[in-house]
Design a protein around this ligand. Structure first.
Ligand code: URA
Length: 433
C-alpha cells in the first residue's frame, strides 16, 4: 500500500495496523518516508487521535528503533522518575538521592531545557565539574555505589523519537496525548527501570492546561508502562506558578540543597517527599505509612544530602557546593519586579516566569544556545500572599545587561494582583495507579 493511503486512513479516523505503524516509525527515521508525509500523518494523529492499542504499538516501534539499557545485573527494583516538565521543576535533583538514601535504586536519564521549561542536565552542570555524559558502564558503576546517577539520554536510546520530536516541534504537532505519551514512554522503557513514577504537570505552565487533559495523558502513560511489564504510576501536580522559589540553574541547585537540609520551600519539599514515598512503595515496601516514615528519616538524618554529595563527587563535580552554595556560579546583577498595587498575589504565570528566566540567559530558545548558569529568578512572594504596593515579588538575576529589558517585561506580565484573597488549589491533584 502506498504510504499516502496510510495517511488517508488516519485522516478518516481509522485504526492503523501494527505493520503500518512500524512502517511509519522506521520510514520516518531512515528517511524512506519523507518528512512531508511523516508530518501529514502526525497532524492526522493530532486531529483524529489513536486507540490505546495504536499508542502501545507506536511506543514499542520507537523503543525498538534503538538499544535498551540493561540494568538486570544490578540487584533490586530500579525505580525511574519522569516529569512532563515545568518551571522551577528541580524535583529529580533532590528526589533521586532522597529515594536512594531509602534503599531504592534510582537510574535517571534527563534532558536539557528548551523554551520556557528548564532542564535537569543544565541545572546539574552549574555545579563546577559535574559530568552528565557518562557512558553506560560508568553510569551503572555510580548507580551501584551511590544508589543513584543522573545522566543525559544517550543517542542510542529511541532515535526515532528524536527525529519525530524535532518534526513535531516545527509542525505544531506536539499537543497530542498519544504522541506525547509514546514519546515519553519510549524513552522511559528504553532506560531499563523496572518501575516508574510519573509527575504529570497540569496548568498554565504545562503541556496539559486542564485536569481532563492531564488525566488522559497520565492514564495513557500508566497503561503503556504497565502493559510493558513496568509497574507505573502517575501523580498529577499543578503547574500554574513556578515550583519552589527559584527558577534557573545554580539557584535551583541551591534550592535542592536547602530541601535536603530540611529548609526548602514547603511546596517543593512536600512534592519531593510524596514522590519519594511512592518510589519506596514501588521498590517493595508494602505499607505506604512506613514508606513515608523512611523518607522523613532520610531527610531529617541528612542521609539524602549525603547521597547527593556522593553523587556529585562520583560524577566529577565540586561537592564542596553542598556545604557552601556560594561556590555555585552567581549572577553579577540583581533587580526586582515589585507589586504595582496592593492586594493579593493571584498568580505568577509559570510560562511567563520561565520565559523571563530564559530571556535572562538561564534557558535556551534554540537547541544550540549556550546557557548562563548564574542567571535566573527568585520568587519573593508566593501566590495567595498579601502584598503592598512596592513589595518585591521577583528578583531577576543576570550577567548580560542587554537581556534585562525583555526579561523584565515578561516578568512584570507574570504578576497578577487581585483584590480578594484567592483560593490556592492543592499541589497534588490526583494519583493514577
Ligand atoms: N516530552 C517528550 O519527551 N516528548 C513529548 O512529546 C513531550 C514532552
Amino acid at each position: 500500500m502506498p504510504f499516502v493511503d496510510v495517511i488517508a486512513r488516519k485522516r478518516d479516523g481509522q485504526e492503523l495496523s501494527r505493520d503500518e505503524i512500524e512502517r511509519f516509525v522506521v520510514g520516518a527515521t531512515d528517511g524512506t518516508v519523507p518528512d512531508y508525509q511523516t508530518s501529514a500523518l502526525l497532524m492526522a494523529v493530532v486531529l483524529r487521535g489513536m486507540t490505546d492499542q495504536e499508542t502501545t504499538w507506536l511506543t514499542d516501534a520507537r523503543v525498538r528503533s534503538g538499544s535498551r539499557v540493561d540494568l538486570s545485573d544490578l540487584p533490586g527494583v530500579k525505580v525511574g522518575k519522569h516529569s512532563t516538565g515545568g518551571v522551577g521543576d528541580k524535583v529529580s535533583i533532590a528526589l533521586a538521592p532522597l529515594a536512594a538514601a531509602c534503599g531504592v535504586l534510582v537510574p535517571k536519564m534527563s534532558g536539557r531545557g528548551l523554551g520556557h521549561t528548564g532542564g535537569t542536565l543544565d541545572k546539574l552542570e552549574s555545579i563546577p565539574g559535574f559530568r552528565v555524559g557518562l557512558e553506560i558502564p560508568e553510569f551503572k558503576a555510580v548507580l551501584r555505589e551511590v544508589g543513584t546517577c543522573i545522566i543525559g539520554q544517550t543517542t542510542a536510546l529511541a532515535p526515532a523519537d528524536r527525529k519525530l520530536y524535532a518534526l513535531r516541534d516545527v509542525t505544531a504537532t506536539v499537543e497530542s496525548v498519544p504522541l506525547i505519551a509514546a514519546s515519553i514512554m519510549s524513552k522511559k522503557l528504553a532506560e531499563g527501570s523496572s518501575a516508574l513514577v510519573l509527575d504529570v504537570k497540569c496548568g498554565r505552565g504545562a503541556f496539559m492546561k486542564d485536569a481532563a487533559g492531564a488525566r488522559a495523558l497520565a492514564s495513557t502513560m500508566v497503561a503503556i508502562g504497565n502493559r510493558a511489564g513496568i509497574a507505573t504510576e502517575a501523580v498529577i501536580t499543578r503547574m500554574d506558578s513556578p515550583l519552589g522559589a527559584a527558577v534557573g540553574n545554580s539557584v535551583e541547585i541551591a534550592e535542592c540543597l536547602r530541601v535536603l537540609k530540611g529548609d526548602g520551600p514547603s511546596d517543593l519539599t512536600a512534592l519531593v517527599m510524596t514522590l519519594a514515598a511512592r518510589m519506596v512503595v514501588l521498590a517493595g515496601e508494602p505499607q505506604e505509612a512506613r514508606a513515608a516514615v523512611a523518607v522523613r528519616r532520610a531527610l531529617e538524618s541528612g542521609a539524602g544530602l549525603e547521597t547527593l554529595r556522593r553523587m556529585i563527587e562520583r560524577q566529577g563535580g565540586d561537592a564542596r557546593v553542598v556545604d557552601d552554595s556560594s561556590r555555585l556560579p552567581a549572577a553579577r546583577h540583581r533587580t526586582s519586579v515589585c507589586a504595582e498595587r496592593g492586594g493579593w498575589l493571584g498568580t505568577l504565570d509559570a510560562t511567563l516566569v520561565g520565559r523571563a528566566a530564559a530571556a535572562l540567559g538561564a534557558g535556551r530558545e534554540r537547541v544550540d544556545d549556550a546557557v548562563d548558569h548564574g542567571a535566573g529568578i527568585l520568587v519573593r512572594a508566593r501566590p495567595g500572599e498579601q502584598v503592598r504596593q512596592g513589595d518585591e515579588v521577583l528578583d531577576l538575576l543576570y550577567n548580560d545587561e542587554r537581556r534585562l529589558e525583555r526579561a523584565r517585561t515578561l516578568a512584570r506580565r507574570s504578576v497578577q494582583i487581585v483584590e480578594e484573597e484567592p483560593a490556592v488549589a492543592p499541589l497534588v491533584l490526583e494519583s493514577i495507579r
